[in-house]
Design a protein around this ligand. Structure first.
Ligand code: PMP
Length: 357
């Protein structure tokens, strides 16, 4: 099999070793005579996976005591609503920073539940930027501050996070576990699994216990953090197969060493930014101060050239380089499992394409 270079923004590349391991035990999980997919979520085989995945996230992310790790469903998009539903009363205020398409979706949902103060707005800025931390003016008494750590579409990424009195909540869907963060600085971190953590179908939520306990209105049972935290994410049937793959990926990270992974991520991104910076032919879409190590976005001099670039890249078995339909241009999503040799191949192609154009 020739493995494609998958630059899609998510779902995206998973480690081949993990796929092969899952394949090897797909029909018969550890001599149980059944697939883990068929296994009861209350049985010992699945339970061991569930517990190991939680323990591995705690270890890999340095999650301190006083936080819960939850496996939820409905994607990160459901968290856009679930956060204010649980943490923001109708007459209360939450601060949001609008850095782009994903942050603005979070703002839109939150407005259904309480007062939203957008304390900085760089959604429309070109190049894409993240506001300077010392320019932020927080609302006194705000229930929380919400940020999007990495804007998957524009390719702008927070390099440091704001420090404020209110709990900081971050949508880390597109850069979770790609770099070191101090979890204790956050009230809550959440991420759809389908980029850095595993397949789609599960949302990882890391939430501080005092926020779990907060009750600002009566929500349906499934929309309360407390429901899931009190039952260790087993109140109802969890997305067990997704969590199984997520668990294998945590093992894969532990084996390679998280520091090695984090270094590799920076190295991969820099290889692409070096090509972009070396010439006027390519223009990065995000400001240098905040360009993403996960989603490298760039333009060519004309849309015709961009189309040609994209079409030629497919012929070389590189998939998904077209920018998001809302912004155009090109985007290379190079999450944790994207192989460095694929970045080298793209670098070579970019240099060659420029020469031939
Ligand atoms: N936030 C960010 C930063 C994203 O990139 C995405 C998906 N691309 C989402 C939220 C929405 O995630 P989901 O599809 O899991 O709802």
């Amino acid at each position: 099999m020739t493995r494609s270079y998958n630059f899609y923004a998510g779902p995206s590349t998973l480690p081949l070793e993990v796929l092969e391991e899952a394949q090897a035990e797909f029909c018969d999980y550890q001599n149980s005579g059944m697939s883990i997919m068929e296994s009861s979520h209350r049985g010992k085989d699945y339970d061991a996976i569930h517990e190991e995945a939680i323990a591995n996230y705690k270890e890999l992310m340095g999650i301190p005591e006083g936080y819960s790790v939850l496996f939820l469903q409905g994607g990160a998009s459901t968290q856009f609503a679930m956060i204010p539903m649980n943490l923001l009363g109708q007459d209360q205020t939450a601060d949001y920073v609008n850095t782009g398409a994903w942050a603005s979706k979070a703002v839109k949902e939150a407005k259904l539940f309480g007062n939203i103060n957008v304390i900085a707005d760089t959604e429309k800025s070109a190049p894409a930027t993240i506001p300077a931390i010392d320019s932020l003016e927080y609302t006194s008494g705000a229930e929380y501050l919400h940020v999007t750590s990495n804007e998957t579409i524009s390719g702008a990424q927070w390099k440091e996070f704001p420090k404020c009195d209110a709990p900081l909540i971050a949508d880390m869907s597109s850069d979770i576990l790609s770099r070191g963060v101090n979890v204790a600085d956050f009230g809550m971190i959440y991420a759809g699994a389908q980029k850095n953590l595993g397949p789609s179908g599960c949302t990882l939520v890391i939430i501080r216990d005092d926020l779990i306990e907060k009750v600002v209105r009566t929500n349906p049972t499934m929309f309360q953090y407390k429901t899931h935290a009190s039952k260790n994410s087993l109140y109802n049937t969890p997305p067990s197969f997704s969590i199984y793959i997520m668990c294998l990926i945590t093992r894969w990270i532990k084996e390679m060493g998280k520091e090695n992974l984090f270094e590799q991520n920076v190295r991969k991104a820099n290889k692409l930014y070096n090509v972009i910076d070396a010439t006027d032919f390519y223009t990065g879409c995000a400001d240098k101060s905040c360009r993403s190590d996960m989603n490298v976005t760039f333009n060519l001099p004309t849309t015709e050239l961009e189309t040609k670039f994209f079409e030629n890249s497919i012929k070389l078995n590189m998939w998904g380089l077209k920018g998001h339909r809302s912004v155009g241009g090109l985007r290379a999503s190079i999450y944790n499992a994207f192989p460095e040799e694929g970045v080298d191949k793209l670098v070579e192609f970019m240099k060659d394409f420029e020469k031939r154009s």
